[in-house]
Design a protein around this ligand. Structure first.
Ligand code: FPP
Length: 261
């Protein structure tokens, strides 16, 4: 048994890796809502509603596990091409989920952030997104990032555009543009990059998610459909992450000796 509180807090929960080996930032592509519903002969939209319940469970699981940042891909720039009724259901679901959850998120000290282009969303949703971000801006617990109308290529393009605006304004010279400078203009520049990427439902691709930010992220794929994904699945992903050797371009020997030696 832990001798004191700090020891107890430092000790991993049963079945979880040591805290030092846990990912700080987890990014998830929540795939498989449609298939979950189709397997039950239900409309795809029922799968999205079940998916929203999974979001609630996994957010709570992340707070319990001391994960610092959770980024969820809720709606990609490409999802507008889905049938209009499905897009409408998703917009309503985002709004009702936000309305229903904001007090709980705030009470749990969770900071809610959105990345992407909200301007394309219905104005009520845009207003609520702004309100939810303002309300939780000073919270210091889990940072919950919702990528909505987001695309990794869009993110890199908007960073390039903003950097070139600085050049036009004479505040930056072209030859000063380095990866570090571009990074400053990308979404999430103030947060650590994702350590662990999880995609549910069997597909093994990134689908235009955080292309810039995931250069050194560990990738984890599971066949579990998002509505079925539960805290034990999150733990399995964290355990797989803990077993990876992250080299960031170095050799194993350098890592063993101490970074970069
Ligand atoms: C992908 O599954 C899922 C989406 C495009 C929507 C994700 C939305 C939610 C989980 C709802 C709630 C989210 C928040 C943040 C409140 P899919 O429809 O592509 O599934 P399929 O590949 O089986 O067809």
């Amino acid at each position: 048994m832990a001798a004191n509180l700090s020891e107890a807090l430092a000790a991993p929960a049963p079945g979880l890796p040591d805290r030092a080996l846990m990912p700080h930032h987890v990014a998830i592509v929540m795939d498989g809502n449609g298939r979950w519903a189709q397997q039950r002969a239900l409309p795809r939209t029922v799968g999205h509603r079940e998916g929203a319940k999974t979001v609630r469970r996994i957010v709570q699981a992340c707070t319990e596990r001391g994960i610092g940042v959770l980024t969820l891909f809720a709606f990609s720039s490409e999802n507008w091409r889905r049938p209009r009724p499905e897009v409408e259901v998703l917009m309503n679901l985002f709004l009702t989920t936000l309305r229903g959850e904001i007090r709980r998120l705030d009470n749990a000290n969770i900071q809610l952030r959105f990345i992407g282009e909200p301007a394309a969303f219905p104005s009520t949703l845009q207003d609520y997104i702004a309100k939810a971000q303002r309300r939780t801006a000073n919270n210091t617990g889990l940072t919950l990032v919702i990528a909505a109308n987001y695309g990794g290529r869009w993110d890199i393009a908007q960073a390039a555009r903003r950097a070139s605006e600085e050049v036009s304004a004479g505040r930056l010279r072209c030859e000063e543009i380095t990866p570090e400078i571009v990074h400053r203009y990308t979404c999430l520049a103030d947060l650590p990059e994702p350590d662990l990427f999880i995609r549910t439902a069997g597909e093994q691709r990134i689908s235009n998610f955080l292309l810039w930010q995931m250069a050194y992220t560990e990738l984890y794929f599971t066949d579990r459909l998002w509505p079925d994904f539960d805290p034990a699945d999150l733990d399995a992903a964290c355990a797989a992450f803990a077993g990876r050797e992250r080299r960031f371009g170095l050799t194993s020997e350098q890592i063993a000796r101490g970074r970069g030696a």
